[in-house]
Design a protein around this ligand. Structure first.
Ligand code: ADP
Ligand code: MG
Length: 277
């Protein structure tokens, strides 16, 4: 029982929302610029707790930029300037006085290319999720935390007898699940995934999709994918981004995934989900 597991662990509380569980993430009128180049135009989107939201759309329409803005990652990787607000259960993560480290701890991220520490053991890779967020691993309960995170990432049974092996010894799909386990170590309330299966074979992809399905009760999930079948399989709702001829990226259509695939309202959505561009 998950509640019991949480109780036995001794993570330092994150002020306000220690293990708050899945939260609703709301982007309100997000615009973004790289220098003079506007790449997002007033994007508003609610990503409800206990759901998977898929972001789809052609390359270059601003999906990754939007995702990074959702946990303030863009402040690390570039010079995007920003207008708008991002609310985590109603609290603006950009509020003055609210720390950037808190946003990153509560809103985790998994990338396209699996990036475990290759020479570090599987065990330490999971615990590194704490260190990356400035949290010391609990003196007692490390084993439980590692098991909990690897179980949630769907990797425990495969690796429980070889936790001292290096992360780099795993297959690509296993490395990606190790990265998911690492991101879960701080018990984020939202998990952002930027094309997490694009570098993986179909079997590994299905395993990650099963993991996403199981995880959505623990953590709100937002996934960018170019794979329409994947969006249809894993997501509850979908947002279709488009940047037409030099205009900044914007959401053309958003709604329940079934409706979007079966009865798209906008002809551009229909063309995109049916592979016509
Ligand atoms: P997507 O993930 O949908 O492919 P991106 O968010 O990566 O789109 O990119 C959106 C736009 O922003 C593109 O025009 C891209 O060239 C530009 N862009 C992305 N990152 C940077 C950056 N660090 N510096 C300048 N321009 C960038
Ligand atoms: Mg991208």
């Amino acid at each position: 029982d998950t509640a019991d597991l949480h109780d036995t662990l001794t993570l330092p509380p994150v002020r306000g929302t220690a293990t708050g569980g899945p939260a609703t993430l709301e982007a309100a009128a997000i615009s973004a610029w790289f220098g003079d180049h506007k790449v997002l135009d007033r994007v508003s989107l609610t990503m409800p707790a206990r759901e998977v939201t898929a972001l789809i759309g052609p390359s270059g329409c601003g999906k990754s930029t939007f995702l990074r803005i959702l946990n303030r990652m863009h402040e690390l990787v570039g010079s995007a300037s920003l207008a708008g607000r991002v609310l985590l259960d109603g609290d603006d993560i950009y509020d003055r006085g609210r720390r950037i480290t808190r946003a990153r701890r509560e809103i985790g991220m998994v990338f396209q290319k699996p990036n475990p520490f290759p020479a570090m053991s599987l065990y330490d890779n999971v615990l590194a999720g704490l260190k990356l967020n400035g949290i010391k691993a609990p003196r007692d309960g490390k084993d439980d935390l590692v098991e909990e995170c690897l179980t949630k990432a769907g990797l425990w049974r495969e690796v429980k007898d070889r936790l001292r092996q290096p992360g780099g010894a795993l297959s690509g799909g296993q490395q990606q699940r190790l990265c998911i386990a690492r991101s879960l170590a701080v018990r984020p309330r939202v998990l952002l995934m930027d094309e997490p299966c694009s570098a993986l074979d179909p079997t590994s992809t299905r395993r990650i999709e099963e993991t996403i399905h199981d995880l959505k009760h623990e953590v709100t999930i937002v996934i960018v994918t170019h794979n329409m079948q994947q969006a249809a399989r894993v997501s509850d709702s979908c947002a279709f981004f488009l940047a037409e001829q030099g205009t900044p990226g914007a959401i053309v259509e958003h709604g329940p995934t079934d409706a979007m695939f079966d009865h798209p309202r906008d002809p551009r959505t229909s063309d995109y989900v049916n592979g016509r561009f």
